[in-house]
Write a protein that binds this ligand. Structure first.
Ligand SMILES: Cc1ncc(COP(=O)(O)O)c(C=O)c1O
Length: 470
């Protein structure tokens, strides 16, 4: 027997120990701190930055997983930083099975069940958000979905795959996620060719300004590639006016991409907030955010699969599909920048079937309601200030008390640090119109109303700890 092989009995025992550890951890999650006390340097380095072992430790290594979990940020019901989904545990178990089966989801002939399941869940998601008929693939996240979408836009509008890039212009609001300028740069256009369009008082792209910018560029002989609208900006959850933006993009012959990495999945539960979503040529969304899937699980949807093949099909002989059957000849690598791909779809397939779409819709509605509840409490509190309208599940606010305006940025930065140190809730920050805001984002199926409201208590308690003037 190869020394890497385990006997069936040894592997069964190993899995039982891992399962026990996972069940213990899942049960403990609601009571764990929102952030572990040991966050840096010493503890983690001593425990994990070890020399590679020559001799194997056998089943005892399972115990080291307890240290890993103890020094990890738990998927707490009171974690509201960034846009971080809560890691649904049925989906997590599916990830183990996906790795055990070790499917490489390149093409149907390599992974028949996995390819069929991925195409199925992509169809489910598209239909659930009102984009029935769109196809696509699962990605590592919203950033890679945005990059792939803009590569498709480039090949559709100013093809570069054969002869290289010719200058072209992109448009997005000044609230766009950093993955978009990164993609424009990576695709060889240069970040300066991304026009950042000003926003209105709800942080939504101003359509009049977009129209003007596109006309000015056209007048200077510059060619448009894509307009990128946000369906949920990372800072405040603003949803750009999708129908109006789509109309301007069409009028100028530009590709219309929607970055819905944070927000678009909320269209499952609140479709009225997303009119115009199906007008997109391409649409990024992140099941690892608002479908609570374990990282990684992003998704790119598109209306026309031929545009994806136009951008990504490079048939090297060794990968050529020698089959005419429409199912059996399907190859993700012809529609994606990835060749080897993990079986991301299994977690979605299992958890959506376990709970049902209805349960996911209810949980998204709960998140939306809790954000409004938190915003109401903040708005009603004399020491706190709500900083932006709550469009989805992000609440931006700051401590005001009797702190003079010129000191509020610094005071709130100190409060944020203190809130995180206290470990009861985790929030992050945003810069809105040059001012520092505290920011809570609820995309968490475990969060109860009291957990959300703890953001108010912890902000006030941190201000008291720091003796900030109230
Ligand atoms: C609006 C938006 N777009 C793109 C991304 C990038 O997604 P990912 O972190 O999955 O790459 C994010 C992440 O927060 C986001 O909020």
């Amino acid at each position: 027997m190869n020394s890497l092989e385990l006997s069936p009995e040894a592997y069964r025992e190993f899995l039982m120990r891992v399962a026990q550890l996972c069940a213990d951890y899942a049960a403990a999650i609601p009571n764990l701190p929102a952030f572990p006390a040991a966050t840096s340097g010493a503890g983690t380095r001593e425990l994990f930055s070890i020399a590679a072992p020559e001799e194997g430790g056998g089943i005892a290594v399972v115990d080291s997983l307890r240290d890993v979990l103890a020094h990890s940020r738990p998927p707490s019901p009171r974690f509201f930083g960034y846009v971080l989904g809560s890691g649904e545990p049925v989906a997590a178990a599916a990830d183990l099975v996906a790795s055990l089966a070790n499917q490489n989801v390149t093409a149907w002939r390599s992974a028949p069940a996995a390819v069929t399941i991925e195409r199925t869940v992509v169809r489910w998601i598209a239909k659930a958000i009102g984009c029935a008929g769109f196809s696509g693939s699962l990605t590592g996240g919203g950033s890679s979905a945005n990059l792939m979408a803009l590569a498709m836009a480039r090949e559709a509008k100013l093809p570069a795959n054969e002869d290289g890039v010719t200058p072209g212009v992109f448009y997005a609001s000044e609230e766009v996620h950093m993955s978009v300028p990164k993609a424009v740069a990576l695709l060889g256009f240069g970040r300066k060719r991304l026009r950042l369009i000003p926003v209105d008082d709800r942080f939504r792209m101003r359509v009049d300004a977009l129209q003007r910018a596109m006309e000015e560029d056209a007048g200077s002989g510059l060619r448009p590639v894509a307009v990128i609208a946000s369906a949920g900006t990372v800072n405040t959850g603003a949803i750009d006016p999708l129908e109006a933006v789509a109309a301007v993009a069409r009028r100028h012959g530009a590709w219309f991409h929607v970055d819905g990495a944070y927000g678009a999945l909320a269209a499952m539960a609140a479709p009225a907030s997303f009119p115009g979503l199906p007008l997109a040529d391409s649409l990024s969304l992140d099941p690892h955010k608002w479908l609570y899937q374990p990282v990684d699980c992003g998704c790119l949807l598109y209306r026309d699969a031929a545009a994806a093949r136009n951008a990504f099909s490079h048939d090297g002989d060794y990968a050529k599909v020698l089959n005419d059957d429409p199912l059996e000849s399907f190859a993700f690598f012809e529609e994606s920048l990835e060749l080897s791909r993990r079986f991301r779809a299994l977690k979605l397939w299992l958890s959506l079937r376990y709970h049902g779409l209805q349960a996911y819709r209810a949980s998204i509605l709960k998140d939306l309601r809790q954000a409004r509840l938190l915003a109401e409490r903040i708005a009603a509190h004399p020491e706190l200030e709500l900083f932006a309208p709550v469009e989805l599940s992000v609440v931006c606010f700051r401590y005001a008390g009797s702190v003079p305006e010129e000191r509020r940025n610094g005071v709130n930065a100190a409060i944020l640090k203190r809130v995180i140190q206290r470990g009861k809730v985790f929030i992050s920050n945003a810069t809105l119109r040059g001012r520092f805001a505290l920011r809570a984002c609820i995309v968490n199926h475990r969060t109860r109303d009291d957990d959300a409201l703890a953001v108010v208590e912890e902000t006030l308690a941190s201000a008291r700890d720091l003796a900030v003037e109230s």
